[in-house]
Write a protein that binds this ligand. Structure first.
Ligand code: NAD
Length: 416
């Protein structure tokens, strides 16, 4: 029987490997296995049909040794406390790897946003925020969007928090619309970080970016923006896909036209005369750079051996299983792991927070330049750790992240 690995079991195993590499103090390892605080709330609200709806939500704060907690809020029917705990732990390492002064947190509400009206989502968000009020805030815990939450959700959180305080507090949440203190470049930031990591990996592999072939799995926020940015750098997009399937064009396709087609028809499939491929086939096609930007568990022990890309830059969270990691490393594929590759989003969230705290508004050029500096530095830190510790990039990123967090814990000391 195949053993199903939960997100938390994967996260715990990753922590164990990093702890071993670092020869980590057993007490600190024990401390990092668990979140500092987990809050479960019951969200009671009026539904449009007059009935009373009750939803379970949570906020998990993993570690704040390096700064306030930071992490997204997810609305999804399958949200569990275990999954949110794993995601909070990954946020702790991600913020440490990219070296921004935050700890890690994550929130979730078990609901089906696709079946809820805008009014219901607003009431859910405001009630959830009111229940978290004593636990979040600009210097405590700063939420952001995640799956099925967006800039509008963040604006409702900001407004609810501000109404309770009696004054406007834009710095209590990031990923907001520009009109209420959002940052330039936030919407594309995750993808820009993914592409910058792919570019740095190409330099290390001696691969010329101009004309390099790229396949992108997933054509949502991360996938489409990554395709657009990499195309702008002179790469050739040979395949893209979404939940309905993919298209293959060895001569290279125009990502803007494909986006327009998807906006009209709901999918990238059936675009012009391009050959249709499945998502499984997309992962295995001949290309230089593969960008998984859809779901978790896409590259597994079953297909890792067939992957032909030279570089994989993980836009999605958890697209590769630990068993597949080993196979890819043995094949000599340079994989840039999620906690490094998709850290551009939280980095620009940090910039948004700084701008809000100082009441400034930076230009897009400034934001993108600062993002590039952060990501390139993080990539090189991880690459150096991988070389020194003779490990793959994932283990190196985890070792670097866990190492920085444990250093902060030791320096602060254990109170009392
Ligand atoms: P999204 O909902 O905008 O897009 C997801 C895309 O994946 C869609 O095109 C969808 O059709 C496609 N998809 C769904 N099921 C699929 C399947 N079985 N096969 C292939 N494609 C499928 O989401 P997003 O914001 O682009 O996030 C994508 C991934 O990136 C997620 O793992 C998310 O956690 C991660 N991520 C996102 C951000 C961000 O800033 N948006 C930041 C860090 C990590």
């Amino acid at each position: 029987m195949v053993e199903v690995q939960t997100a938390l079991s994967v996260a715990s195993e990753q922590l164990r490997i990093a702890a071993e590499k670092l020869n980590l103090d057993s007490g600190i390892h024990e401390m990092l296995k668990r979140p500092k605080r987990s809050l479960i709330v019951s969200i009671t609200m009026k539904m449009d049909n007059g009935e009373t709806g009750v939803f379970t939500g949570c906020r998990v704060q993993h570690n704040d040794a390096r700064g306030p907690f930071k992490g997204g809020i997810r609305y999804h029917p399958n949200v569990t406390l275990d999954e949110v705990t794993a995601l909070a732990m990954w946020m702790t390492w991600k913020c440490a790897v990219v070296d921004i002064p935050y700890g890690g947190a994550k929130g979730g509400v078990c609901c089906n946003p696709k079946e809820m009206s805008k009014g219901e989502l607003e009431r859910l968000t405001r009630r959830y925020t009111s229940l978290l009020l004593d636990f979040i805030g600009p210097y405590r815990d700063v939420p952001a969007p995640d799956v099925y939450t967006n800039a509008q959700t963040m604006a409702w959180i900001m407004d609810t928090y501000s109404q309770f305080k009696g004054y406007s507090v834009p710095e209590c949440v990031t990923g907001k619309p520009l009109s209420v203190g959002g940052s330039e470049g936030r919407a594309e930031a995750t993808s820009r970080g993914v592409v910058l990591c792919a570019r740095e990996a190409a330099k290390k592999s001696g691969l010329k970016l101009k004309g390099a072939t790229v396949a992108v799995q997933g054509y949502g926020n991360v996938g489409w923006n990554a395709a657009k940015i990499v195309y702008g750098m002179g790469c050739k997009i040979v395949a893209v896909s979404d939940s309905k399937g993919g298209i293959y064009c060895p001569e290279g396709l125009d990502p803007y036209e494909v986006y327009e087609h998807k906006s009209k028809t709901g999918s990238v499939i059936n675009y012009k005369e391009y050959e249709g491929i499945t998502n499984e086939e997309l992962l295995e096609i001949k290309c230089d750079i593969l960008i998984p930007a859809a779901l978790e568990n896409q590259i597994t022990k079953a297909n890792a051996g067939n992957i032909k890309a030279k570089i994989i830059a993980e836009g999605a969270n958890g697209p590769t299983t630990p068993e597949a990691d080993k196979v890819l490393h043995e094949k000599g594929i340079l994989l840039v792991p999620d906690i490094l590759a998709n850290s551009g989003g939280v980095t620009v969230s940090y910039f948004e927070w700084v701008q809000n705290l100082t009441r400034e508004h930076w230009t897009l050029k400034e934001v993108n330049l600062k993002l590039e500096n952060k990501i390139v530095k993080a990539f090189n830190d991880v690459y150096k750790t991988a070389t020194q510790k003779e490990s793959n990039m994932r283990t190196a990123a985890l070792t670097l992240g866990v190492g920085r967090v444990s250093e902060a814990i030791k320096t602060l000391g254990i109170w009392p």
